[in-house]
Design a binder for this molecule. Structure first.
Ligand code: ADP
Ligand code: MG
Length: 504
């Protein structure tokens, strides 16, 4: 879709990536059986004769997945096909009692869509302003080939912690509804692949299609990777299976790119293969070659009629669709005068965006509320899967804190100290301020007095300042801040010191 840029080449090769994402649908029950979908239960408790493939059973489609598939289709500008068909994908594995997986194949429910990712630079639709003096923010469109419904398989457990060397089978996951979302080979780096996955996960969560919790195996990714000289035909790809964290996706792609570049530079050819990534070594290795690939002998499942979706069905879902991340981002830029990159970050999670809006209603300074979220709240949430709901912070306490800092009653430094308390254990910022004696010194007379004392007791520094050494002002400011226990506003201190120094 977009041309390679010089700075995106790796050893002169353009990196081409297409992703296949499996995401568990947020349903109460399984795709073709009434067994519950739940995580962390005792093995083989959430099963039904359909999941166990007992003789004589018949699958019945879970109606709620139709709406979820339509939602994803709408949110990714895709075609929602009037007719889609469930097929049997035949293979043998102990965690697949039927001997086939029911999956859409030639006629998926959703096809031909796209989503946009924000990339630091590169070609694409120029939309953005500069990010804080750094790289240009550009939106890049990534094609979605199709999204098809299918059932998950069970789980084979090989580890010895079960005091046995046998392989055990847990069928709780057998039959859990999935959407497999297949991208076009439009991604050009590991970072773009990661941005695509994060965007897709944000969309899935916004629209309530999937919780997409990677740690629970609800959101898994296979990465297809190839290299080519810029402008050449697509190269032979390999497919890295079952990547279950953003860090592993990036590391696996980078390792595979490195491996393929070496193969090509040696004058050899990349062999089409299925690869595994070992996080311990940071290397990819061949699991099986494509020439020994399984022949799945797909055919339409005779037990299931084609799924028919009408315009009216689609319109009904459209009417219920919440605001999507991109729309929210654009509204935040227009309504709150935030930068595009700040608005993008705030809207990555629906709960975080809601928190921002709730706090802004109470303290109508969107820019400072946003700054505190982007700096302090995001730091508390860290890199993991923690959500704003996991903090003790409320929009009320947070807005009150930002208001205290904005009014000058708290310095930014003391504000951060109180923030830490609010995030961990909650409370009322005004009360915490009083209790800890953190209210800032706003008495300019007092600051003036301290400033004069500091000037009087540091004649050497004052001389240096007069000689034009601007750095000693920081030292003098530090002395005043120390004498006021950090409770004076640094801007006030600076102004008063400069005035006092000039007056002498
Ligand atoms: P399969 O079913 O064998 O996995 P698909 O046609 O469904 O094959 O393609 C799977 C993924 O591979 C898609 O995401 C697609 O974008 C990607 N892909 C196809 N060709 C290439 C290539 N040359 N390099 C990188 N990715 C590719
Ligand atoms: Mg594949």
């Amino acid at each position: 879709m977009s041309e390679a840029r010089e700075d995106q080449l790796y050893m002169g090769y353009e990196v081409v990536i297409g992703l296949e994402v499996h995401t568990h649908l947020r349903t109460q029950s399984k795709l073709f059986s009434p067994a519950p979908v739940a995580y962390g239960d005792e093995p083989n408790h959430n099963t039904h004769p359909v999941d166990l493939a007992l003789p004589g059973v018949l699958p019945v489609l879970n109606r709620s997945v139709i709406e979820l598939a339509i939602r994803l289709g709408l949110a990714t500008h895709s075609t929602i096909n009037e007719r889609s068909v469930f097929s049997r994908k035949n293979y043998f594995y102990p965690d697949l009692p039927k001997g086939y997986q029911i999956s859409q194949f030639e006629e998926p429910t959703v096809s031909d869509g796209w989503l946009e990712i924000e990339v630091a630079s590169g070609k694409g639709k120029k939309k953005g302003k500069k990010k804080g003096g750094g790289a240009e923010v550009v939106q890049k469109r990534i094609g979605i080939t199709r999204a098809h419904l299918e059932e998950d398989a069970g789980k084979s457990i090989h580890d010895a912690t079960h005091a046995t060397t046998d392989t055990l089978v847990d069928l709780n996951r057998a039959g859990v509804p999935l959407l497999e979302i297949v991208s076009e080979p439009d991604l050009r780096s590991a970072a773009e692949a990661s941005a695509y996955l994060k965007k897709l996960r944000a969309i899935l969560r916004y629209i309530g299609v999937s919780d997409a919790d990677m740690e629970k195996g609800q959101f898994r990714c296979d990465a297809n990777v190839s290299l080519r000289r810029p402008g050449a035909e697509l190269g032979t790809r390999t497919e890295i299976k079952n990547l279950n964290s953003f860090a592993f996706v990036e590391a696996a792609i980078n390792a595979e790119v490195e491996r393929q570049a070496e193969v090509l530079d040696d004058g050899d050819e990349v062999v089409q293969a299925t690869m595994a990534f070992d996080p311990a070594t940071g290397h990819t290795s061949v699991m099986r070659l494509k020439e020994n690939a399984d022949d799945y002998r797909y055919f339409d499942d005779p037990d299931l009629v084609p799924l028919m979706i009408s315009e009216a069905d689609i319109e009904a879902v459209q009417a219920q669709l919440p605001e999507l991340p991109d729309d929210k981002r654009d509204r935040f830029v227009a309504e709150y005068a935030l930068s595009e990159s700040d608005a993008t970050t705030l809207t990555q999670s629906r709960a975080l965006a809601q928190f921002f809006e709730d706090a802004t209603v109470i303290h109508a300074q969107p820019k400072s509320v946003a700054n505190w979220i982007l700096r302090d709240v995001l730091q508390s949430l860290g890199e993991g899967d923690r959500s704003i709901e996991d903090l003790a912070l409320t929009p009320e306490s947070f807005a009150a804190l930002v208001a205290l800092v904005d009014s000058g009653r708290l310095t930014a430094k003391s504000g951060r100290e109180i923030y830490g308390v609010l995030a961990e254990s909650g409370g009322d910022p005004e009360a915490i301020m009083a209790e800890r004696g953190l209210e800032s010194v706003q008495d300019t007379g007092l600051i003036e007095g301290v400033a004069r004392e500091v000037i009087a007791s540091n004649p050497d520094s004052v001389d240096k300042y007069r000689e034009g050494d601007g750095k000693v002002l920081n030292f003098l400011m530090g002395q005043v801040m120390k004498a006021t226990q950090g409770k004076a506003n640094p801007a006030d201190v600076k102004q008063i010191l400069e005035r006092e120094l000039a007056a002498q």
